[in-house]
Design a binder for this molecule. Structure first.
Ligand code: SAM
Length: 285
């Protein structure tokens, strides 16, 4: 396991994923009944952008950097994200912090809700456990997500969201393992909301993945994609995608508005694109 999220914290992809995560939780919280939030690849909980990993890549300059400088953002999910960043920085007395997905979900967590976080890296899980200590209704598992999440769903609350945010390390071949994982967990919890983040390095790789998912007999889903480079630029990460099964009503329309606003902030010269698409198994093209 070589991947460390501290190198990528606050990047355009993080901000995109986190805005959509906030949106999903906000929409699910329109009902009072308890929710369970699962984070299969939780990372550390929060990150210090002044420390060496983030300073070596400076990826936050493509994401939270410019977003924090905007006088105002024109979408409630982005407003919530910026407010969570400000609150974390104020609470910890450090203006360089950026929340990871566990801290963002916890910022929205209501007394009746619960977070279940999984992380495999021993150092990251230790940091995560320190962060979670004394936070109510937060469980941390030092556990392989591929074994852990099928064992833990469905939750006793019945309602909830699973964020699946793997590192896509080549040696593991996450793309292949994820197809089986999705199939297994959706079968076990057909009414759960599942949000899978994926990198867009080459469009053809994403297209192949979506085609395979459509052929596996799973339900329809929505993809939300945002890129700030043409999607085949041979640089590395050109775009960020989220595949959502069982999205709440209105999520797709609201996500399109959120992405429009985010893209205009992060790609002022108009490079890349953003789109929300609905996919049905019978309509692979
Ligand atoms: N979700 C986090 C966020 O948005 O702040 C970022 C997660 S990062 C992309 C992926 C994390 O997965 C890393 O911290 C890595 O250590 C962890 N990881 C890698 N393989 C794993 C596995 N099989 N099970 C659980 N965690 C794993």
């Amino acid at each position: 396991m070589n991947y460390r999220h501290a190198f990528h914290a606050g990047s355009f992809a993080d901000v995109h994923k986190h805005a959509l995560l906030i949106g999903l939780l906000r929409l699910l919280q329109k009902k009072e009944t308890p929710l369970c939030y699962f984070d299969t690849h939780a990372g550390q909980g929060f990150y210090d952008l002044s420390r060496s990993p983030a300073q070596r890549t400076l990826e936050f300059r493509s994401g939270i950097g410019p977003l924090m400088k905007a006088a105002r953002v024109n979408h409630p999910w982005l407003e919530d994200l910026l407010q969570a960043v400000r609150d974390l920085r104020k609470a910890q007395g450090n203006v360089e912090l950026y929340p990871g997905s566990p801290a963002l979900a916890y910022a929205l967590q209501r007394p009746q809700d619960r977070s279940v976080l999984m992380e495999l890296h021993p150092e990251d899980v230790a940091t995560l456990k320190t962060w979670a200590h004394r936070r109510a209704h937060v469980e941390v598992h030092w556990r392989d997500a591929y074994e852990g999440i099928p064992a833990l769903v469905p939750p006793r609350e019945h309602r909830g969201l699973v964020l699946i945010d793997p590192p896509y390390e080549e040696e593991r071949d996450d793309w292949k393992s994820l197809q089986s994982l999705l199939q297994a967990v959706i079968r076990r919890w057909p009414i759960g909301v599942f949000a899978l983040w994926y990198p867009i390095k080459q469009q053809s790789q994403v297209d192949r993945f979506i085609k395979t998912i459509l052929q596996r007999g799973m339900p329809g889903f929505v993809t939300c994609e945002l890129s700030i480079q043409p999607t085949d630029t041979p640089l590395g990460l050109n775009g960020s995608g989220m595949m959502v099964f069982n999205p709440p009503w209105t999520f797709a329309d609201e996500a399109a508005r959120c992405q429009q606003e985010l893209w205009s902030r992060l790609s002022p010269d108009g490079r890349g694109r953003h789109q929300v698409r609905h996919w049905q198994p019978s309509n692979p093209d």
